[in-house]
Ligand binder design. Structure first.
Ligand code: FMN
Length: 378
């Protein structure tokens, strides 16, 4: 761990100074007035735990089982599209760090690295996240590619039927189709390390998707292609079709209410990921921890309950798990890490979160994160 950056806030500030403004704002941005973005973290931080100092305590372990796999910690790296914009090779760096620490790394459909590259780097342990294609043949082909490289965990994303209204992305020209503006170019010039690395590794492209795209598309055509390819909106029929097709573990990402949770459960999925896309979709929405508490009441023990959105520290992971959530994912936290420290970013961020979580377990006298439910005050 790098003692110069002992918190996510330190990493965020360093990332802001290291990458061009449009790339930082792409990651840090959310929809509309960013109310839901802030609410996610604020609501998690209202949770309080009791410390215990006089109970027998023989140490603790963060090892957590999910789908029969024992992970070294109860958290993973959420899928982030266009990750290589924040830092060239970011998906590779984060995937390698996840393998080293034995935690899940989820590859986005619109990542800047391919399924094959990431599966090889992670010895098939990476998970894959699907943006729902209009054309079933594309789903079939992506699933086939995942199977061929040994990926077992497949995550279906539901919460982008249309893109949220993200004002900074619109202003910076990152909405589809993207624009190259004078401001963006100038911003790149004052971030020389990012610019040199980006030029030497190549302008980010959607490497999982390139084989399905015509070559030499201009930016407008690329935007149209992406909009036309992914429909995003799911229903009970498509849920079932996906379940029938995928033989491994199927995770549903984007649980925002109990009705949807029930439909996913009935369709035979293997996990519910309570997520609001980190506040990038519905600014008037609830914080994920509020939804998760309802989902836990109804589904705890029946199906693993996962959560993301707003988690920024080890204590946040502990707070979330104290409500009964089984596993936690973080998106921006890792992006700040890699934007700040490049290749070292993933390793550093995971080590830091583990240390922070370990410290909470010690204060609460818990032998594992699952025991945190017995330390919940409110
Ligand atoms: C810049 C950015 C890009 C994202 N791209 C994707 C994506 O391609 N696929 C996906 O399932 N989720 C995507 N997400 C959502 C994350 O997987 C995750 O739900 C979210 O980041 C969690 O919130 P947090 O950033 O507050 O931890 C993206 C999030 C961000 C911030």
């Amino acid at each position: 761990m790098d003692s110069n950056y002992p918190s996510v806030e330190h990493l965020k500030v360093k990332a802001m100074r290291t990458v061009p403004k449009f790339a930082f704002e792409y990651v840090d941005g959310a929809c509309n007035e960013k109310i839901n973005f802030h609410k996610n973290t604020d609501e998690i931080r209202k949770i309080e735990l009791k410390a215990y100092y006089l109970r027998d305590y023989e140490g603790s372990s963060m090892k957590t089982e999910l789908f029969g796999e024992i992970y070294d910690a109860p958290f993973g790296i959420a899928p982030v599209g266009l990750q290589g914009l924040m830092w060239p090779e970011a998906p590779k760096f984060l995937a390698k760090a996840a393998l080293k620490h034995n935690i899940p790394y989820v590859l986005s459909t619109v990542s800047t690295e391919s399924i094959e590259t990431i599966a090889e780097l992670t010895e098939g342990k990476a998970w894959f996240q699907l943006y729902h294609p209009r054309d079933e043949k594309l789903t079939d082909d992506l699933m086939k590619r995942c199977e061929e490289v040994g990926i077992k965990n497949f995550m279906v994303l539901a919460d982008v039927p249309t893109f949220g209204y993200r004002a900074t992305e619109i202003k910076n020209g990152l909405s589809l189709p993207p624009k190259i503006t004078v401001a963006n170019v100038l911003n790149t010039l004052i971030r020389p390390e990012w610019a040199i690395r980006t030029l030497s590794y190549g302008i980010p492209e959607f490497k999982t998707m390139t084989r399905y795209m015509e070559t030499d598309m201009n930016l407008r055509e690329l935007g149209e292609y992406m909009n036309n390819t992914f429909d995003g909106r799911l229903n009970e029929d498509s849920l079932k079709r996906l379940r029938d097709k995928w033989k491994g573990n199927l995770i549903f990402k984007g649980i925002d209410n109990l009705e949807d949770a029930g439909k996913v459960y009935d369709a035979g999925y293997d996990a519910l990921l309570v997520s609001n896309h980190g506040g990038r979709q519905l600014d008037a929405g609830e914080a994920t921890i509020q939804t998760a508490r309802e989902v836990v009441k109804k589904f705890k023990g029946k199906i693993p309950i996962l959560l993301d959105s707003g988690v920024r520290s080890g204590p946040d992971i502990a707070r979330v798990m104290a409500t009964g959530v089984d596993f936690v994912f973080l998106g921006r936290t890792f992006m700040y890490g890699v934007g700040a420290l490049g290749e070292r970013g993933g390793d550093h961020t995971i080590s830091m979160l583990k240390l922070q979580l370990q410290q909470v377990l010690e204060q609460c006298g818990c032998k594992n994160p699952q025991e945190l439910t017995t330390r919940l005050v409110k």
